[in-house]
Design a protein around this ligand. Sequence first.
Ligand code: MG
Length: 388
Amino acid sequence: MRTAALIVAAGRGHRLGGDTPKQYCAVAGRAVLRHAIEAMLAEPAIGLVLAVIHPVDGPLYDAAITGAPGDRLLPPVAGGATRGASVLNGLEALAPHAPDVVLIHDAARPFVPGPVIGAVLDALATAPAAFPALPIIDALWRGAEGVVEAPVARAGLYRAQTPQGFRFLDILAAHRAFSGEAADDVEVARAAGLEVRLVPGDEEAFKITTPADLARARERREGRVDIRTGNGFDVHRFGPGDHVMLCGVAVPHEHGLVGHSDADVGLHALTDAIFGALAEGDIGQWFPPSDPQWKGAASHIFVKHAARIVRAAGGRIANADVTLICEVPKIGPHREAMVAAMADMLAVAPERISVKATTNEKLGFLGREEGIAAFATVSVVYQGEVPQ
Ligand code: MG
């Protein structure tokens, strides 16, 4: 079954206030329309996604979908003067792709859950049309000018949601034949005599209409916290010199550490821990030892670069913990300076940075004072949705 999703995004929707149509308002850094598109793309059963947009919204649309997975997303088509005309434009644009069924979805419903889409598609196996709906649970009253006139029986009443699903040729013919203003595509389908099934909706598929709805959408996504943890390890051997660089601090010692850069083993482990949390490779990939520009480089460059990548991805470093393993030199007297140096590089509070040290109990190459090793752990926190 070839399935297409048509997202209706041509409305002006200025009720939210401001100049931006509501489907382009940002929720967790992405336009409402982008969330709606991604909800459809998240369903493997949906082979094509097409948005109908207002003719002047091309630049807004392009900005909204930048970086979206593109292979199933068709270029948008322009809407018409009414919602019905916009849907018809979209259906005509889908016709050459010959889908079997089409889901017509409101751009202002960014969070439609997968099971709702699945229930609509399942119903289309045995019915020409289906849509998600929720039974009315509040008491209903008819009233006018602030005075109640009569109760309305709520039994059998439903609130319609989207996506509304149809066999493609049926709804195309229905829209071509329909004249006038329909509340939704179910009304168009029924006017053509199609049987329409009800499937269970979900409160999560709510529509953004008012500023309170937009705030609710933002709360849903921006309240989320996503924590990533990475670890790093490094070791450098002792060589000639009169000091070692450790966690950004020059520590006087009878040897130096050998390395292509300044051989700051603590900062190298720290940098790798950040890249690990980001799943972005390792320090050797970002700063290849074969590249002469890193010869003798101060390692805070590596740390600062990795921290900038975290910020660019919308994250922040929650804490860093570095353990140095060596018999000599003594770390304790320099611990505070190391914490301050790393806090500065990472642009985080010193309270979030830890430096620990241990000997290797005279065992192995570390015990024989041949070098220094370091472990580091870093947590990166994203508030709201993580850019994929
Ligand atoms: Mg190293």
